[in-house]
Design a protein around this ligand. Structure first.
Ligand SMILES: NC(=O)c1ccc[n+]([C@@H]2O[C@H](COP(=O)([O-])OP(=O)(O)OC[C@H]3O[C@@H](n4cnc5c(N)ncnc54)[C@H](OP(=O)(O)O)[C@@H]3O)[C@@H](O)[C@H]2O)c1
Length: 326
């Protein structure tokens, strides 16, 4: 169990000094709704979150046969289909009744080696799953987020050209949705661009009058390079072997000088996601981006493009059109 609110600190958890309990203290039960809780670092986060007393957890998941912690409610959700996202949001609303969401955690993500695959709605799959589906879900569920609640979106340091050369330097949402080229590295570039979209979207939500008025905390969480997850499992065996080779050679070497290249564990990244979700860790006032580096929360300045108000507005507008929101 994590130490939450203003309680005493425990081993393995590192409060930032600006902790805010992620729920209205007058309410009896904390409600957490989460994507990407069935594997990787999200599954570790779920273990922590579900073990918090007085916490109701609803997760969206595709497929079956998984073992979630006792008491966790599992609803069908395939982020590759906007119809599935709408249905999930409607079902959450029905099941909550008068209850409200204290924490919405949008953690699901995928990475593949090409940009050939399309979602059920005809958009490039990585952009559709990582960004569009979560954009739609957050817009549909925002009215259900409690005052003083929390919206956590998992992004990545791969959004930032100062950290990695594959990071995007321009943003064209339509080109991401309908890429015309699919050469070597297209898959990882699409992934990095989708994670930029997560960060831009988080900033747009944080800037909404409604979010400010209701004191909803928005956090874009980057877990950092994390081993032991299944991200990239859809890549070809040859590409996976190449990435493993890079991780064990070049990244280790670069990690001697650049701490962002030191690989963390799914356990620690999941614990950190639980910490930001439950309000154990909160970015300093006015900041929303938290990046885990060598297991420690850091609060770097996002890339210039991620901070661009024009890029944020353009992505918001074009994502609304693609998902059929007014
Ligand atoms: N690992 C890293 O180095 C790293 C670094 C930076 C950021 N991240 C981010 O961290 C998050 C978690 O990644 P991870 O490394 O833990 O990956 P992972 O082990 O592959 O977990 C991905 C999660 O997303 C879910 N998901 C994927 N596609 C989905 C879909 N179409 N519909 C519903 N759920 C779907 C998966 O569900 P299933 O169980 O059904 O597959 C799983 O729960 C992602 O947002 C990723 O971009 C990871």
């Amino acid at each position: 169990m994590l130490a939450t609110g203003s309680g005493p600190s425990q081993a393995g958890f590192r409060p930032t000094g600006d902790e805010q309990p992620a729920m209205d203290q007058t309410r009896q039960q904390r409600v957490v709704v989460m994507t990407g809780a069935t594997a990787g670092l999200g599954a570790h986060a779920l273990q922590h979150i579900a073990s918090e007393p007085g916490t109701r957890v609803i997760i969206g998941a595709r497929g079956g046969g998984r073992s979630e912690p006792r008491g966790v409610e599992v609803l069908p959700l395939d982020l590759a289909s906007l119809a599935s996202v709408r249905e999930f949001a409607d079902t959450v609303a029905r099941q909550l009744g008068d209850a409200r969401i204290d924490v919405l955690v949008l953690n699901a993500g995928m990475q593949t080696s090409s940009t050939e695959e399309r979602s059920a709605d005809g958009y490039e799959l990585t952009f559709a799953v990582n960004h569009l589906a979560h954009y739609l879900l957050a817009r549909r569920l925002l009215p259900l987020i409690a005052d003083l609640g929390r919206l956590v979106i998992t992004t990545s340091e791969t959004h930032d050209p100062a950290v990695t050369p594959i990071a995007p330097r321009t943003l064209d949402p339509r080109a991401l949705a309908h890429p015309s080229r699919n050469g070597f590295g297209a898959g990882v570039r699409a992934y990095a661009a989708s994670k930029l979209c997560n960060l831009l979207t988080a900033q747009s939500f944080a800037a909404l009058d409604e979010v400010k008025a209701r004191q909803i905390t928005v956090i874009a969480f980057s877990p950092g390079l994390t081993g032991g997850t299944s991200l990239g499992r859809d890549s070809t065996p040859a590409r996976r072997a190449f990435v493993m080779f890079l991780m064990n050679t070049v990244f280790r070497l670069v990690g001697l000088f650049r701490p962002e290249y030191v690989m963390g564990t799914a356990e620690r990244s999941g614990e950190a996601l639980a910490e930001v979700s439950l309000g154990v860790v909160t970015p300093p006032r006015g900041e929303i981006y938290m990046s885990l580096v060598k297991g420690e929360p850091t609060f770097p300045v996002p890339s210039e493009l991620a901070r661009s108000r024009d890029a944020q507005d353009r992505l918001w507008r074009e994502s609304a059109a693609m998902t059929g929101i007014d």
